[in-house]
Design a binder for this molecule. Structure first.
Ligand code: SF4
Length: 358
């Protein structure tokens, strides 16, 4: 259903107010053609070839997270399901996607917000997407949906899971939620994530029996108050916590680790320009990842800043090419022994202070 004008105005004001309260200064991308998605790309993972789609919709209703400028590539007002259906067509009719359809094993659905928030991502559009994926992607084994926990309606997921079972070869549903930092104070008081462990654990409980998978997005060094070493420690603590949750619940868990880039129009940009923040080094990201060896979760390192970093504010530095290749291989294999050996071969651990975490 299209948003009534009053609702559309109220939601737009809510997004604006959250943005201002978080002292973020970016504007929204209202010039974007609503019939075209915001982005799409391919990734390699242990699930196989991944198609990552970012749909162009109204911005995230939360919009408060201090280091995030994803809403700057979204609309300030609603994008209705007819336009979103054309976005689906655009992606799935794209010759580059058509050429890989037989091999795509996983689709990650994002709108730089919450695709399960029907206010910003109409349900009809989701149903249309699922129908086309079921008809055209025979090798898809996992459908991943990004959302804040408050929009996760288990009945809706059950409905989608039923659709996944109707495929000639069934696929699983993965829920992808932003966690960002493990430390409560960093996560909620500094980064303004608005996620308690209680809410997270309640979500795990709700998706346990339908056997959904869970992906948790973490950021390494998401705020200026974290040193490089403390940022590694925070990711390691997150790995330990998710390992415990996965073992207790039996939920298949993935930690998706995004090294932080300096997003324009955020307080992190101001800290960066004042010389109070530098993005994490990829060598430290590798150190944190190694802590996952033997844990009950997989780890994927996000190596795409989506072009949203300010000049000089990316975590990717000129000399990082070989380590990027090593991490991309790790994303596909989860082979810790090779990761460790490759890092040692590149002299990664000679460039950081302190021990390599086990
Ligand atoms: S991190 Fe996610 S929930 Fe937070 S403002 Fe950005 S898109 Fe919204």
């Amino acid at each position: 259903m299209e948003q009534p004008p009053d609702t559309a105005r109220r939601i737009a004001l809510q997004i604006r107010a959250a943005t201002d309260a978080a002292q973020k200064t970016y504007t929204f991308d209202d010039e974007h053609d609503p019939h075209l998605p915001a982005d799409r790309w391919f990734q390699g993972s242990t699930d196989g070839l991944v198609l990552f789609i970012v749909f162009y919709t109204q911005a995230c209703r939360w919009s408060a997270c201090s280091g995030c400028n994803l809403p700057s590539v979204s609309a300030s007002g609603p994008v209705g399901f007819p336009a979103l259906a054309r976005q689906v067509d655009h992606v799935l009719d794209d010759p580059a996607v058509c050429a890989k359809k037989a091999a795509i094993a996983k689709v990650i659905v994002s709108n730089n917000g919450s695709v399960l928030d029907e206010v910003t991502f109409p349900t009809t559009a989701l149903m249309y997407l699922v129908a086309r994926l079921n008809l055209e992607l025979p090798a898809m084994r996992v459908l991943s949906l990004e959302s804040r926990p408050e929009y996760v309606d288990v009945e809706e997921l059950e409905f989608l899971a039923r659709a996944m079972r109707e495929r000639p070869v069934p696929a699983e549903i993965e829920l992808a939620v932003g966690f960002e930092a493990f430390d409560d104070g960093i996560r909620n008081k500094v980064f303004l994530k608005g996620l308690s462990l209680r809410t997270f654990e309640a979500l795990v409980e709700r998706i346990r029996h339908p056997h959904f998978r869970l992906k948790c997005y973490f950021m390494q060094k998401p705020v200026a108050t974290l040193s490089d070493a403390a940022a590694v420690t925070d990711v390691c603590a997150g790995i330990d916590y998710l390992d415990g949750v996965a073992r207790r619940s039996g939920v298949a868990m993935n930690l998706h680790l995004n090294p932080t880039y300096v997003a324009h129009g955020t307080p992190l940009e101001a800290a960066f320009l004042a010389g109070d923040y530098t993005p994490p080094r990829l060598t430290d990201v590798a150190r944190a990842v190694l802590h996952g060896a033997g844990k009950a979760l997989s780890i994927f390192v996000g190596l795409n800043d989506e072009g949203l970093a300010v000049s000089g504010g990316s975590f990717l530095r000129r000399e990082d090419g070989p380590l990027v290749e090593v991490l991309e291989r790790f994303n596909r294999t989860q082979d810790y022994a090779t990761l460790r050996r490759s890092c040692e071969g590149l002299g990664v651990f000679g460039t950081v202070v302190g021990d390599v975490p086990d």
